[in-house]
Design a protein around this ligand. Structure first.
Ligand SMILES: *Cc1c(COP(=O)(O)O)cnc(C)c1O
Length: 372
């Protein structure tokens, strides 16, 4: 092939004009793959993935659909929408799907926010929140977590102004693993004006066993401004296929569909999600195993002297402050890639028992070395 000559004058022409909002964009740090160490199985426990491979029935559905990928997927995502409606006991008109719940979140921001509008959420929370907000030209209003790494719902209600269009409540919270309580959520929702949309991001719902956890679907049924956001990426183990959904009242759901990228949910994701809903009982057994491992890990860490807040998702939060980089490095040296957050702490996914055992070893050694 011959090289294409550079366009005449391209070097000294005016720079292309890009949106100013991009300059303010926080960068999404994906979980790194584990460093390979000789004689040691490496584990990537930095992205809250499900350690189990796809169920045979789900794989078979994906294989069956693979032969048809020369065709566009169903634009309306009809079969999955119907299956979700039946699964959740809501009308199909209330379901809006997207490429991962991050995709749906993007639709939510674009459906509600004009330039300079405000999106209120806790911090630390899910990294995608400030990115999607800023990309849409809206302003992130980040409300510090309360002691115990929990949402400060009273402060979040105080942070709502005339410019607020959206409030994101992440429960369990990524990366701190804590849930909001049913009663405090109720009191919070009573305070939020009805024209402000509240999203309850339940990416980790299936792992929750706290008795005072909220019933997000009941709140959605009772309040036109409450949206429930869920994903097939975590408990359902379909992170690589990208599919999530919102349950929203009809005008909102319609707006979300209007903001969706056409054909955003691919055909393999659609069949895999339907097959996964059909196998919900089988998946629940795996979720139970992960929750049991979480409880084992948290109990052992507390035994070692760590102060771990109540953990309700498929990961564990270490509130390490300045020791964050050192702990992450100690994990990496043993073939465990965890997710450090600045000088706040480290999040480690609950994975295979062997990975969890190794995490406990590293954590125990780190703790003894630092704190006797
Ligand atoms: C993982 C996660 C999601 C889901 O991401 P997908 O795009 O569905 O893979 C949403 N919210 C939170 C808080 C998460 O941690």
């Amino acid at each position: 092939m011959t090289a294409v000559p550079p366009a005449q004058g391209a070097a000294d022409g005016a720079p292309v004009r890009l949106r100013g909002a991009l300059d303010a964009l926080p960068v999404y740090t994906p979980g790194r793959p584990a460093t390979v160490r000789e004689g040691l199985t490496a584990y990537k426990i930095s992205s809250n993935e499900n350690p189990f491979p796809p169920l045979p029935s789900v794989l078979e559905a994906v294989r069956g659909a693979a032969g048809g990928v020369n065709r566009y997927p169903d634009l309306a995502v009809a079969e999955l929408t119907e299956a979700l409606a039946a699964h959740l006991g809501v009308p199909a008109q209330r379901i809006a799907t997207g490429p991962g719940s991050v995709g749906v979140l993007d639709q939510l921001v674009r459906a509600t926010c004009d330039d300079g509008d405000e999106v209120v959420f806790a911090w630390r929370s899910f990294e995608a929140y400030p990115i999607l907000t800023t990309l849409a030209g809206a302003r992130p209003v980040m409300v510090p977590l309360a002691p115990g790494a929990r949402h400060d719902l009273a402060a979040m209600a105080d942070a709502v102004t005339e410019r607020t269009r959206l409030v994101l409540v992440c429960t369990p919270n990524n990366p701190t693993g804590t849930t909001v309580g049913a009663a405090e959520l109720e009191a919070f929702l009573d305070r939020v004006p009805p024209e402000v949309l509240v999203v309850l991001d339940e990416a980790y719902l299936e792992f929750v066993d706290a008795p005072d956890a909220p019933d997000a679907m009941a709140q959605h049924r009772a309040r036109p401004n409450v949206v429930v956001l869920r994903t097939f990426s975590k408990a359902y183990g379909l992170a690589g296929l990208r599919v999530g959904y919102a349950v929203a009242h009809e005008p909102v759901a319609r707006a979300l569909r209007a903001c969706a990228l056409p054909f955003g949910v691919n055909s393999l994701a659609q069949v895999a999600a339907v097959a996964s809903l059909e196998a919900a009982d089988e998946l629940a057994v795996r979720v139970k195993e992960i929750v049991a491992e979480r409880e084992r890990v948290v109990a052992a860490l507390r035994e070692q002297g760590w102060e771990i807040p109540d953990q309700q998702a498929n990961f564990v939060w270490f509130d390490l402050g300045e020791e964050t980089p050192d702990f992450a490095q100690a994990c990496d040296a043993e073939g465990l890639t965890v997710r450090p957050y600045g000088l706040d702490g480290v999040r480690a996914t609950v994975a295979e028992p062997e990975a969890n055992d190794r995490l406990l070893e590293v954590a125990g050694r780190f703790r003894r070395a630092r704190h006797g």
